[in-house]
Design a protein around this ligand. Structure first.
Ligand SMILES: Cc1ncc(COP(=O)(O)O)c(C=O)c1O
Length: 489
């Protein structure tokens, strides 16, 4: 735990009091039944994407978009009629977070601990969010509602929607050269900022354990809850697949391993940039994942399998799920209208995650009692411009193409480009971190070695108790919750 900076905490308390900001605990985000009534009352009048401090309480998998309050975990099951495998595949829905993507949670996990310990001073410092898109959108949103200033760093080739939204929320935007997998260029920019801009604090999702911590304590329990809701008498929680960018989301797998030790965790990347699978590199189109290195926070010892998905399959299936010809073909296959209408809940990496589950189901020969979980990170809302580009480049999408994509790219997924990891394979991935993190990014060999120890991760995730206590004390000092509770009486 860091040393508390009382002078900064005092200033931040005053700032939050002035702006009416109450900070939720991790426990409240995991279980909104713990959210105070006064906050719930306020939420009723606040839209999901509004820049309003109450929306901090919506950094949760359980937003009920109809009532504006909370319901069960938002998830979507992909039927066997679509996938062709017996195993059940369920994805948690990221669209119903503020910003339309689950990364707003990772940003919260990085920012809030530093805010309540006084390590970050919003009155004089800017928060820098290095990212391939959604993390910096999440960071910019969290900053806006917490009245902090955000600097977003992202590659220039990311989708137009991401840039437009960042500008609209008032973030300073820095575009770095290249595409999705050009993370080294982002790191170089961070070093430049560290050297030359003393007013900036960098929240590097690839190395900040607050990112994993949020997923371990919020996404992990959400999957467990979805499992208990969806399960039949004989169901098994067979596994979890997560396409990794910063490797924060995959930390939900660490949680599942604790409670379902036989479940398998797969780390997924683009075939065009198979770093975990083959030490490979390259540009690809699956926005949000695959960054040509092993993130510091990836607990590789808990990863059972690495697999790669062809980005051509992902972009083709986005068309299948969203073009009229695609929907017509899906209907002709007997898929229910309501399900077809829910397919836009999946953006690129969500589709990649779904395909990964099909691969896992085939590899492990899973049956109808097996349930695989994954994350539908963001929705097609962030890829409208990509659909238009494909239309311009390849012409209208036809039924013939749709049938081909369905049979070849979805149902035809094979067990190629996949490796089940031995102990030594996992160690090799761990060692690969050396070249990025020790040689380039200033970590020590001792710090690297510590990451191989499972105890390290237990201790890291246990910090949540202390953080929640500090958040509680912080809110106590602003006095806002007490006053609204008093006003109610
Ligand atoms: C759309 C999308 N999918 C997947 C990911 C990967 O998640 P993580 O960084 O937690 O590994 C990201 C990360 O930014 C993302 O934006």
């Amino acid at each position: 735990m860091p040393k508390l900076n009382e002078a900064v905490i005092k200033k931040t308390v005053a700032r939050c009091r002035e702006k009416g900001i109450v900070i939720p605990t991790f426990a409240q985000l995991a279980d909104p039944a713990k959210v105070p009534d006064s906050v719930k009352k306020k939420l009723k009048g606040v839209g999901l994407w509004d820049v309003d401090p109450a929306n901090l309480f919506r950094i949760s998998w359980k937003n009920d978009v109809k009532s504006g309050l909370y319901g069960g975990v938002n998830f979507l099951e992909i039927p066997s009629e679509l996938t062709g495998v017996d195993a059940r595949i369920i994805g948690l829905i990221g669209k119903y977070f503020p910003t339309g993507a689950h990364k707003v949670g990772a940003a919260f996990g990085c920012l809030v601990p530093r805010l309540v310990t006084g390590e970050f001073d919003p009155s004089s410092q800017k928060a820098v969010w290095p990212s391939t898109g959604n993390f910096c959108r999440g960071g910019a949103f969290d900053c806006a509602v917490l009245a902090c200033t955000a600097v977003a760093i992202l590659p220039e080739e990311m989708s137009k929607e991401r840039f437009e939204w960042l500008k609209s929320i008032g973030a300073e935007v820095i575009a770095t050269p290249g595409c999705e997998s050009n993370v080294k260029e982002i790191y170089d920019k961070c070093w430049d900022i560290r050297k030359n801009r003393k007013d900036c604090v960098i929240f590097n999702q690839f190395e900040e354990f607050g990112n994993s911590l949020w997923h371990y304590h919020v996404t992990g329990p959400a999957i467990e809850e979805a499992f208990s809701k969806a399960r039949g008498r004989k169901s098994r929680l067979a596994g979890y697949a997560s396409a990794t960018g910063s490797a924060g989301t995959i930390a939900a797998g660490d949680r599942l391993k604790k409670n379902y030790p036989l479940s398998k965790v797969a780390a997924v990347e683009a075939l065009q940039c198979p770093t975990l699978l083959l030490n490979g590199f390259g540009g690809h189109r699956i926005e949000g994942i695959g960054d040509k290195h092993v993130p510091w926070i990836h607990n590789v010892r808990n990863t059972d399998m690495v697999l790669a998905i062809d980005d051509e399959s992902v972009v083709s299936i986005l068309r299948l799920f969203n073009e009229p010809a695609g929907k017509k073909v899906l209907k002709s296959q007997g898929l229910k209208e309501a399900f077809i209408e829910s397919l836009p809940l999946m953006g690129y990496s969500s589709i990649c995650n779904m395909l990964s589950c099909v691969k896992m189901a085939k590899y492990y020969e899973l049956g109808k009692d097996d349930i695989l979980f994954t994350i539908f990170t963001d929705s097609v809302e962030l890829y409208g411009s990509r659909l238009k580009e494909m239309h311009q480049e390849h012409g209208a999408y036809t039924e013939l193409q749709a049938i081909g994509d369905l049979e070849r790219r979805l149902r035809g997924v094979g067990i190629d480009h996949l490796r089940e990891l031995s102990y030594q394979d996992r160690k090799a991935l761990h060692n690969l971190k050396y070249f990025t993190w020790v040689e380039q990014q200033g970590k020590t060999v001792e710090e690297l070695n510590a990451l191989w120890d499972p105890e390290f991760w237990d201790r890291t995730f246990e910090q949540v108790t202390e953080y929640d206590k500090m958040i509680g004390e912080f809110n106590e000092r602003t006095g806002l919750l007490r006053e609204t509770a008093g006003a109610k009486k």
